[in-house]
Design a protein around this ligand. Structure first.
Ligand code: PMP
Length: 407
């Protein structure tokens, strides 16, 4: 099945505008995707018809809001094939999900000298929480090095595994390079040493089928806003047996069973980890984003995006001075590059003048940029609503930009 691009584009209101006098081309999807009308309407409908606090009220609106909220949890469970609804915890985003694991699991189960393994291509969200834990507990952060093409060096990864490896926390697909890591094999290898596995699925969940049971990861994190859902909302999946052993992350309402001034008992999962009034409207609207992806089908989405990526790489390779950063065999639809001798920010500004939105800079992966000896890159990242015609316009602009430098 191929995509009806006109219909799809019609569902995303934001795409239909001019920027700097040119039709907008939105190629910053790895930062955040645009929202279909069904998600926008769900947000507005919730506030117009259903607004109420959840899980507590003995009235109709509260019941309705609670039901819709919990329906999203069930939809998320199915979306990533978790076993139970209570393994799905709503957070602010991938960042908070990883912080929750580091703070809660890390504090309880990690000891001085234990090792946490991450890769050289991690987002700051999968570096800093572990560094903070290391600082506090005397655990040690180990880094899996990568090849020049942006793939992890398997032999080095294997060498780093040992009985000291307590956590492997790895990005499923890199936001800066597009590399899809061989997580299935990595999980198997790390499990042999008894490590707990966290996958940062911020960039993979919108493109690749996710089956947490088949992957056998212990934690899986992602953000709603990168898959057509609202901002400020994320998911932490955790295996029930592990979540039950973990102490709460924050204290407050919702997460308690009973409170006295002497002692508090905590609620069951997932509520134990959802202190305070949650992001109700966004959770409810997120279900529409999941339905949107399910209706199109991830394999169809991926095929379209892969086609765009291949087409772009072919065209950009013809530009004199084009330097790709990240040429792994397996990639999501992210292309990072530089134009010889030009600052990525300048390239981004010139593209913006033509209505083309890309991201420039270090993409929250400063150690990765250091690994490549560069300050940053220009990054174009595609989604289901992007077209070949849009790519032609970007290639045309970049050809002109590169000529300025080569003159
Ligand atoms: N990890 C990766 C790979 C990402 O791309 C991002 C977002 N750029 C994050 C983590 C953090 O996600 P959020 O800002 O939504 O918490």
């Amino acid at each position: 099945m191929s995509l009806d691009l006109e219909k799809i584009r019609g569902e995303f209101p934001v795409l239909h505008q001019e920027v700097n006098g040119k039709p907008l081309i939105y190629f910053d999807n790895a930062a955040t995707t645009q929202k279909p009308k069904s998600v926008i309407d769900a947000l507005s409908n919730y506030y117009q018809l259903d607004n109420s606090n959840i899980h507590r009220g003995a009235h109709t609106l509260a019941d309705r809001a609670t039901r819709y909220f919990e329906e999203t949890r069930t939809a998320v469970k199915a979306f990533i094939n978790a076993k139970e609804d209570n393994e799905i915890i709503f957070t602010k985003g991938t960042t908070e999900s990883i912080n929750l694991v580091a703070a809660s699991y890390g504090k309880k189960f990690l000891n001085q000298g234990d090792e946490i393994l991450i890769s050289a291509m991690e987002h700051h969200a999968n570096i800093v929480p572990w560094q903070m834990l290391c600082e506090e507990k005397g655990t040690v952060l180990k880094i899996i090095p990568i090849h020049d093409n942006g793939e992890i060096i398997w032999e080095e990864f294997e060498k780093l595994l040992s009985e000291r490896t307590k956590i492997l926390s790895i990005v499923h697909a890199s936001n800066a390079l597009g590399t899809i890591n061989p997580v299935r094999e990595m999980i198997k290898a790390a499990k042999k040493w008894g490590a707990i596995i966290l996958l940062d699925g911020a960039q993979s969940t919108s493109h690749l089928p996710i089956d947490v049971q088949e992957l056998d990861c212990d934690f899986f994190c992602f953000s709603a806003h990168k898959l057509f859902g609202p901002t400020g909302l994320g998911v932490l999946y955790g295996k029930r047996t592990i979540l039950e052993e973990m102490p709460p992350y924050q204290g407050g309402g919702e997460m308690i069973k009973e409170v006295t001034f002497e002692k508090t008992t905590f609620n069951e999962i997932p509520f134990k980890f959802e202190a305070g009034t949650p992001n109700i409207a966004d959770v409810i609207a997120f279900k529409k984003a999941i339905e949107y992806i399910n209706e199109l089908g991830k394999p169809v989405i991926k095929k379209h995006e892969d086609g765009l990526l291949e087409y772009t790489v072919g065209k950009l390779n013809e530009i004199k001075g084009f330097i790709p950063v990240g040429t792994a065999q397996e990639k999501v639809s992210v292309i990072s590059f530089n134009i010889n001798g030009m600052h990525p920010f300048d390239v981004g500004m010139m593209l913006d003048a033509n209505g083309i939105a890309v991201r420039t800079g270090h993409h929250c992966t400063q150690p990765l940029m250091q690994r490549f000896g560069i300050e940053g890159t220009v990054r174009a990242s595609f989604s289901v609503y992007n077209t070949q015609t849009e790519i032609d316009r970007m290639v045309e602009s970049l050809t002109k930009i590169a000529k300025i430098k080569n003159r």
